[in-house]
Design a protein around this ligand. Structure first.
Ligand SMILES: [Zn+2]
Length: 259
């Protein structure tokens, strides 16, 4: 069985002392691909380094997260854009991410929008898929994306509203779901309603999950086996069939052939 963690922050400072251990845990748990999402210039560089260190397992997504727009250093946006262009020429980047809009950080709304639009334009220009964070902004984002010529769109940790899920699926967008599918009725409802062909799995580590069965343990790519089991339960399918379809979705979405 080939399992996929399509959204983790492997270059997050919280993981810095543990990346070798996390990669080992991934391999031991049959996780064959990790998409290392980035938040700012430093974590972009970190994702690239980890991908270079673990070829065929770690794949870098580069971008600026809405939480980071407020603390961007001088020229950081321009330097990040230049890095993404340069690394795309080297075919070292698999997606623009994590980018988006977060309603909780409304105070820097204009700046969030400016950075998000810049990242979306970059996705168009470089013909890369985009990985999107949309807390409190999902309906708005799903309505704004069709005006961009985007290759592929992944809405990460999709929670609500369900109307936006149907629109997203109509546009051919994909979503990721992670550990909460084991305990959250809302997420289980999304998983029930999304076609399996539009679904990928994630951990979003180092985000920590306090509820059972995770109990606040350090988030590991190994959690993906529980995620896939929970999806299989909701979809009333065999675990192996769910895993196989998600691996196929991963290959198509990121244009990567799994070994
Ligand atoms: Zn994330």
């Amino acid at each position: 069985m080939k399992l996929i963690d399509a959204h983790i922050h492997l270059s997050d400072p919280e993981y810095a002392a543990h990346t070798d251990q996390l990669v080992k845990e991934a391999r031991d748990a049959n996780v064959v691909a990790l998409v290392s999402n980035s938040m700012d210039l430093d974590t972009c560089k970190g994702s690239l380094m980890l991908a270079e260190k673990h070829p065929g397992l770690v794949y870098p997504a580069l971008g600026i997260h809405p939480w980071n727009v407020n603390v961007l250093k001088e020229n950081e946006l321009e330097e990040t854009v230049a890095l993404i262009r340069e690394q795309t020429r080297k075919k070292a980047v698999v997606a623009i991410g994590e980018i988006g809009l977060d309603y909780k950080y409304e105070t820097v709304w204009e700046k969030q929008m400016m950075v998000f639009e810049k990242m979306l334009h970059l996705g168009e220009e470089l013909e890369l898929p985009v990985i999107i964070h949309s807390r409190g902004t999902t309906a708005q984002i799903v309505d704004m994306l069709p005006s961009y010529r985007l290759k592929r769109v992944l809405l990460h940790w999709f929670s609500h509203p369900i109307g936006a899920l149907y629109k997203a699926v109509d546009h051919g967008y994909s979503i990721t779901e992670g550990p909460p599918v084991a305990y959250s009725d809302g997420i289980r409802d999304v998983v029930k309603k999304v076609p399996l062909t539009n679904l990928l799995t994630e951990t979003d580590g180092p985000v920590t999950y306090r509820k059972a069965p995770y109990g606040g343990k350090r988030t590991s790519p190994a959690f993906i086996s529980t995620v896939v089991q929970s999806i299989a339960e909701v979809k009333r399918m065999a675990v192996a069939d769910v895993a196989e379809q998600i691996a196929k979705n991963f290959e198509e979405f990121f244009n990567i052939k799994l070994g």
